[in-house]
Design a protein around this ligand. Sequence first.
Ligand code: TMP
Length: 236
Amino acid sequence: MEKGNSIYQGKAKELYLTDQPEVLWVEYLDQATALNGVKKDKVVGKGQMNNQITSKIFEILADQGIESHFIEKISNTEQLIKAVGIVPLEVVVRNFAAGSFSKRLNVEEGVKLPFPIVEFYYKDDALDDPFINDMHVKVLDIASDEEVKEIKELALKVNEELKKLFASVNIKLIDFKIEVGRDAQGNILLADEISPDTCRLWDMDTNDHLDKDIYRRDLGDLIPVYEEVLNRLNTL
Ligand code: TMP
């Protein structure tokens, strides 16, 4: 497989073409951002942590019957993925109140929700990724009713598997964000990454943060925390 030109530089990943049109090459970068890129720092070692964690999680999800764009990890910081057209939604699932949910609705962080909820945010940096509902998704022609139903079902299924997976390494899954894409046949496929950048993970015994809130809230050094998550996942 040959690495081609860079086609996209995101906040924490860079995407390259390959000699196969249906395959892309991703490099995870040593970069941390928060507040839609307003806070930004180089964090040496973060790229390889997130690549390894995401690869491990996508492999486990595939074993449980949830396919994603992930093909294979090719180095500590790189993976090959299936090319998909990303649906411009950040799909958030919440099991416990935290973050923007707690702020917006004045519910204390850590309160268990009676059932998991799915939220949509419109992926648009210029608009600061606004919170939207199913009707906005339809009116903006982001996805059809059928796709919205499918995306919600997928998000909840991923939640069930991730909850089990993290519980087995003594971690509580507070909330997380996924992205989905459409493959060449138009099928909805789990995409992007699943890592401590995109999940809130609390230690089950201490409620210590094992995720990017360490960086967002200036709680300390991010690398030992991500390393802890990777080490726990590597015991599986
Ligand atoms: P929030 O509480 O800030 O809305 O975040 C909910 C979850 O989604 C949390 O685990 C972090 C994740 N997330 C991202 O991965 N990217 C984003 O841009 C946002 C807003 C949230």
